[in-house]
Design a protein around this ligand. Structure first.
Ligand code: SF4
Ligand code: SF4
Length: 159
């Protein structure tokens, strides 16, 4: 192959490679169709439904939850991220004592997002939230009480 043919072939293959990159880069740079990175916090990120941000307790519009205080989640958690503080409550109808949740404490800073607590819960009281705004200078803020103030157990939910 002559000297000039080699130069021409080298330039040709260089442009072949660049055209592959260019065909991908320019349309996507304009439409951002396949772009999954973003300029956070200026741009809101795309959060998928399955994203595990933190464990939360579901409450209905009457401030009722489904947590019976059974401690199954606390026992299932491999690293002690959950602490259940429970109390006795008197059933006004039967006069009998019943175990009830006082505080469902969740240490987000220790949580490895393994889902074992959620799988262990017999009443589907806890679930994943996609909230990821956890940056803080105070670690204490990462310890949360999942049952809302004044909330109570939803009627019909049994251990
Ligand atoms: S997700 Fe895993 S580590 Fe986190 S609180 Fe539940 S069981 Fe514990
Ligand atoms: S969240 Fe579920 S497993 Fe944990 S104490 Fe409440 S009812 Fe029991």
């Amino acid at each position: 192959m002559s000297y000039f043919k080699k130069i021409f072939k080298a330039i040709h293959t260089l442009f072949q490679g660049m055209s592959v990159t260019g065909n991908y880069f320019f349309p996507n740079a304009l439409t951002r169709k396949h772009v999954i990175t973003c300029q956070y916090p200026e741009e809101p990120p795309v959060i998928f439904e399955r994203f595990k941000g933190e464990v939360v307790m579901w409450h209905n519009e009457n401030n009722e939850h489904r947590c019976t205080g059974c401690q199954a989640c606390e026992i299932a958690c491999p690293n002690g991220s959950i602490e259940i503080i429970w109390k006795w409550e008197i059933n006004p109808e039967t006069g009998r004592k019943k175990k009830a949740i006082d505080q469902h404490i969740y240490h987000l800073s220790m949580c490895t997002m393994c889902s074992l607590c959620i799988q262990a819960c017999p009443t589907n009281a806890i679930m994943w939230s996609t909230n990821f705004h956890h940056a803080t200078y105070d670690r204490g803020l990462l310890t949360k009480v999942l049952n809302k103030p004044g909330s109570k157990l939803m009627e019909g939910v049994e251990e």
